[in-house]
Design a binder for this molecule. Structure first.
Ligand code: ADP
Ligand code: ASP
Ligand code: MG
Length: 492
């Protein structure tokens, strides 16, 4: 039995959570061979990126964020190693795990300080430097955890994933070179003899330049290692009982989905369910490695199993699987009577946006061909408008296309479920519930796989919309159980 276990920042919030993770790991490591993947401690990546932004603007406030990162780790160490004689850096004559650890963390902290200082001087933080800075959180948390597990008597060895995961020279969310990474994982990670503690999120190019796999990327690291090392299971440990039917921060009635297919999990993750990085499922598909989501705060709960095929008994007939949403998006409407019947407009719109590096999250075209609307994240909206104005300059001038319309502050909501395929009435149920609640819908799209219906609403309506759609399909009884909402309630 071989397992890859990934613990996210939420599982590493403070000393007591770190101690709980160490207990879970030790219980597993006695009977099986395990590889541990860790994120940064909770909030650390955000703090690092905020420090980078401040340093770039030569705002001296970055120093306090930089110190905060160190303090977070130091506070945890003081509690975790309270039994050891001396936790002060290097001042102990005899060897202590905590003394050595403080020395290593101090060195990392100085390295980070030098980089931030350099950025302050040149007042520029390139995407490459941002990746380097963002990765300090994982390097620190893994240094800490491997020292703590060694202190507890385990043969823990920290593995810097920059030696293992190879990516293209892209920054922010680099493309992984799978074969090369799998080869390195097999050569470098010795899970049979020791307990490897691998940094999530970070990777490197062939030339050793630090890259990252994108926010929430540690999930992806875990599945890359699970596939590369032929694990029997990949476990993603977080702070909720599994993949829920909706984001629990907005929908109180959200409940744990016991099993979900790879495709459904991918759609939910793509549409903003933070619990998983959208690529997590990809490496595991080929080798059919199952993925389980577990709760560090409630380890006995079964969690959610991501399966490669829906089991017949788990098929959710006549209903949806879950809802997710992405906020802070903008809608761009390209509209005009002169577009009707003219071939090639859509392809020109998409290639102009592609060349400008704009990631389109959703597309919808009215069948009258009168308008095409695309939805992208806020920071892509201006580059998108500029690219379209350039590409469609002739059409705009001749009024075949009217003004390009940009509507900001929107939310894309996606309703997901494999059982929507071939089940009539799901869309009707969603939109009649929203109509009854007087929610204004700006655009609608349905994937041809019929696994996803997505629509755009004002961001300010997010909570209301998620709850209205959720309760159109699910109702929680007073005893806490959740059951399907009868269709009559929605239609009444
Ligand atoms: P970690 O630090 O473990 O990687 P994240 O914060 O990245 O954890 O993801 C877990 C969080 O995702 C949960 O605490 C929850 O608030 C949020 N979340 C959003 N949508 C969902 C969903 N559909 N199911 C479960 N959690 C969700
Ligand atoms: N620490 C990184 C982030 O906050 C990666 C992760 O947590 O998965 O995005
Ligand atoms: Mg995460």
């Amino acid at each position: 039995m071989m397992k890859v276990m990934k613990f996210g920042g939420s599982s590493l919030a403070d000393a007591s959570r770190i101690a709980a993770v160490a207990e879970i790991v030790r219980a597993e490591a006695t009977g099986a061979s395990v590889v541990i993947v860790l994120s940064a401690m909770k909030g650390v990546t955000d703090t690092l990126l905020a420090a980078a932004d401040l340093a770039e603007n030569a705002d001296a406030e970055f120093h306090s964020l930089y110190e905060r990162v160190f303090d977070t780790h130091e506070n945890a160490i003081k509690t975790l190693f309270a039994d050891e004689t001396d936790v002060r850096s290097g001042s102990s004559a005899e060897f202590t795990h905590s003394g050595q650890l403080m020395g290593e963390l101090t060195a990392l902290h100085h390295e980070l300080g030098d980089i931030l200082h350099g950025i302050e001087l040149v007042r520029e933080c390139s995407p490459r430097s941002r990746d380097l800075i963002a990765g300090f959180g994982e390097r620190m948390s893994c240094t800490l955890m491997s020292a703590y597990l060694s202190f507890l008597g385990e043969k823990a060895v920290m593995v810097d994933a920059r030696r293992v995961i190879v990516t293209e020279a892209e920054h922010g969310a680099a493309t992984v070179r799978l074969d090369k990474s799998f080869e390195r994982a097999q050569a470098i990670i010795h899970h049979e003899q020791e307990l490897p503690i691998v940094t999530g999120f970070i990777a490197a190019t062939e030339d050793g330049i630090t890259t990252t796999l994108g926010r929430n990327g540690s999930d992806y690291t875990a599945s890359l290692l699970g596939a590369g090392l032929h694990a029997d299971v990949i476990e993603i440990w977080t702070d909720v009982d599994g993949v829920l039917s909706a984001d629990p921060r907005y929908v109180e009635d959200a409940f744990v989905i016991p099993t979900i297919t790879v495709e459904e999990a991918m759609e939910l993750a793509y549409f903003g369910a933070d619990v998983l990085h959208p690529y997590t499922m990809l490496p595991a598909i080929e080798l059919r490695v199952p993925i389980r989501i577990k709760n560090t705060l409630n380890p006995k709960a079964p969690g959610t199993l991501i399966t490669h095929e829906a089991r017949e008994e788990d098929r959710r007939v006549d209903t949806i699987t879950g809802i997710a949403s992405i906020g802070d998006v903008a809608l761009i409407n390209v509209e005009g009577g002169g577009m009707v019947g003219v071939p090639g407009i859509a392809s020109r719109v998409f290639s102009a946006l592609g060349s400008a590096g704009v990631n389109i999250i959703m597309i919808s075209q009215a069948s009258s061909e009168h308008s095409i609307c695309v939805v992208c994240r806020r920071h892509h909206a201006q580059p998108a408008i500029k690219a379209l104005e350039r590409e469609l300059a002739h059409e705009l001038e001749s009024r075949r296309i009217g003004q390009l319309e940009l509507i900001p502050n929107l939310e894309i909501v996606a309703v997901i479920g494999a059982c929507m395929r071939g089940t009539p009435g799901i869309a009707g149920r969603i939109f009649s519930a929203l109509g009854k609640s007087k929610v204004n819908i700006l655009a609608i799209a349905q994937g041809s796989s019929e696994m996803n219906i997505s629509f755009v609403v004002e961001m300010s309506a997010r909570k209301q919309v998620l709850n209205v759609v959720h309760s159109a399909f699910f109702t929680r009884s007073s005893d806490g159980t959740v059951h399907g909402t009868p269709a009559t309630v929605v239609e009444a």
